[in-house]
Design a protein around this ligand. Structure first.
Ligand code: F6R
Length: 250
């Protein structure tokens, strides 16, 4: 696990941007796994700016999103479909046919999960971007999820609903379910880049770096992946034992 520590959110976003934009420049047909949430917004802003400056093109890039809420419309401002179009896809030259975000029609949700999983099995994600929940979830793989889990419908953890209530008008409006890539799908990616910022993430990041691998903290499985980079700000990295920070560069 490579750990990069940067001074603040801006420099974390810049570092993540540089890794991804270089990857796309060298691999114009890259297949990216994408995350939503507050953390990658700065990264997406920089990708848009680089596209506007004609430094990168997404013309041949393919994307697969990690997850989507179930129980809200795709056009709801808090849906991940809406988020991705608002924060990235509407502003770049990606081919809409190459964009994959799990659909969330509740009537067909089991078939949708099965079909998304089949697509993922046929594809190989080159670079997966992850955030992390304060309970250690990646995608929406909540504590207790099997490491062999593939795409599925998850009941959101109470902690996740509390954390995400900040995006909704009232806590009661936070969806109770989501469709998510499973841990196995995530671990099948060739490279993984996890970004985390803020004190709120410090304890879970320490567990991910130093703790034992346990389904109770899903992100600890990343210790077993051959190519993972954590990009952290000083607050998120603040509890990590210094011995683990050989690659630290502020
Ligand atoms: C989002 C996702 C989640 C978030 C995590 C952190 O697609 O898969 O795992 O990455 O909940 O969210 P933020 O960045 O809002 O702290």
């Amino acid at each position: 696990m490579k750990i990069i520590v940067k001074a603040n959110y801006e420099s974390v976003s810049k570092e993540a941007f540089e890794i991804i934009s270089n990857y796309i420049k060298n691999n114009p047909h890259a297949c990216l796994g994408l995350a939503t949430g507050s953390t990658p917004i700065g990264l997406y802003k920089r990708l848009i700016k680089a596209y506007e400056r004609h430094e990168i093109s997404f013309k041949y890039v393919t994307t697969y999103n990690l997850d989507e809420y179930v129980g809200i419309d795709r056009n709801h401002p808090q849906s991940y479909y809406y988020f991705m179009h608002n924060h990235l896809f509407n502003h770049i030259d990606i081919n809409p046919e190459n964009v994959h975000i799990p659909e969330n029609d509740i009537k067909h949700i089991d078939d949708i999960a099965k079909a998304y999983n089949e697509q993922l099995k046929k594809t190989s994600i080159d670079l997966q971007i992850l955030g992390i929940g304060s309970n250690g979830h990646i995608g929406f793989n909540e504590p207790g999820t099997s490491f062999d889990q593939e795409t599925f419908i998850v009941t959101l953890d109470e902690q996740t609903k509390r954390d995400n209530a900040r995006f909704f008008k009232s806590p009661a409006l936070v969806p109770t379910h989501a469709i998510t890539m499973g841990i196995k799908n995530i671990m099948d990616s060739k490279k993984i880049m996890l970004i985390a910022v803020g004190k709120r993430k410090a304890a879970i990041i320490k567990a991910v770096v130093e703790g034992k691998v346990t389904t109770e903290i899903p992100a600890t499985i990343l210790q077993k992946h051959p190519d993972v980079t954590l990009i952290l700000d000083t607050s998120a990295a603040s509890l990590i034992n210094k011995a683990y920070l050989k690659n630290e560069n502020k």
